[in-house]
Design a protein around this ligand. Structure first.
Ligand SMILES: Cc1ncc(CO)c(N)n1
Length: 232
């Protein structure tokens, strides 16, 4: 029997391929990203990952097993203590400190992505949350593996650390989340599966838009009188 998550992956394949071909991802491969693009990415991704931590918090509140609670708890620690490495890689290439890039408001596409996941999480069950959260680790796992295989970076490549960080994700959190979702999807109606597919595909599209936002330095077209707060 085909795994439910495999059906999701197939449905989103054109979006995955567009992400692999996106100029920001190509720019990681060939080391040609501009300083401002790296800075915009890190500012936005710092706030995005804060939201992702909150999502794990909501997921924990809807969990019925200790093992799953423990997995989400470990993932929160991983984001807090390890996922700072790829950000630091971008900061050192851009020649800026990481602290300087924290606390900025979310740009339109990052805001859209975060709102999508949070509204699914607040209204939904654990499987809704998993479907909306999965594209985050899954697309990065595949990007990392592809870039390592294609570029075979040596230590002199500016994004060596970035590629190795995400390239080592294979078999990790993506597979664990997939198993949780596959197991729960077995007893779901076709309508519910369709809903989960919509959450997943929306997050994949927003992954693409996140890369595009960073590449084009997307910002809100009109500014407000007051400086806005951080991206909550
Ligand atoms: C937008 C985005 N998606 C996925 C990841 C991988 O965790 C990330 N850091 N940022």
């Amino acid at each position: 029997m085909t795994r439910f998550s495999e059906e999701l992956r197939r449905e989103a394949d054109p979006i995955y391929r567009a992400i692999f071909d996106h100029p920001f991802v190509r720019g990681i491969a060939d080391g040609t990203l501009r300083k401002e693009q790296l800075i915009h990415y890190v500012k936005q991704d710092f706030e995005y990952l804060n939201a992702y931590i909150r999502l794990y918090g909501i997921a924990i509140s809807k969990c019925d097993s200790r093992d799953t609670m423990a997995l989400f708890n470990e993932q929160i620690s991983f984001i807090l203590h390890s996922e700072t490495h790829p950000h630091n890689n971008f900061c050192s290439v851009a020649g800026v400190s990481y602290e300087q890039l924290q606390g900025y408001p979310l740009a339109p596409s990052a805001n859209h992505y975060v709102r999508h996941m949070l509204s699914v999480a607040h209204a939904g069950t654990l499987e809704d949350i998993l479907a909306a959260m999965l594209p985050c680790p899954w697309t990065y796992t595949e990007i990392g593996a592809k870039l390592l295989a294609e570029v075979k970076p040596d230590r002199s490549h500016p994004f060596y650390d970035w590629m190795h960080f995400y390239g080592s994700f294979e078999g990790g959190i993506t597979e664990k989340m997939r198993l949780l979702l596959d197991e729960r999807a077995e007893s779901l109606s076709p309508d519910r599966k369709k809903r989960l597919t919509e959450h997943f595909v929306a997050s994949c599209r927003l992954e693409y838009m996140f890369w595009d936002m960073a590449y084009t330095l997307e910002e809100w077209p009109v500014s407000a009188a007051q400086t806005e707060g951080a991206g909550r």
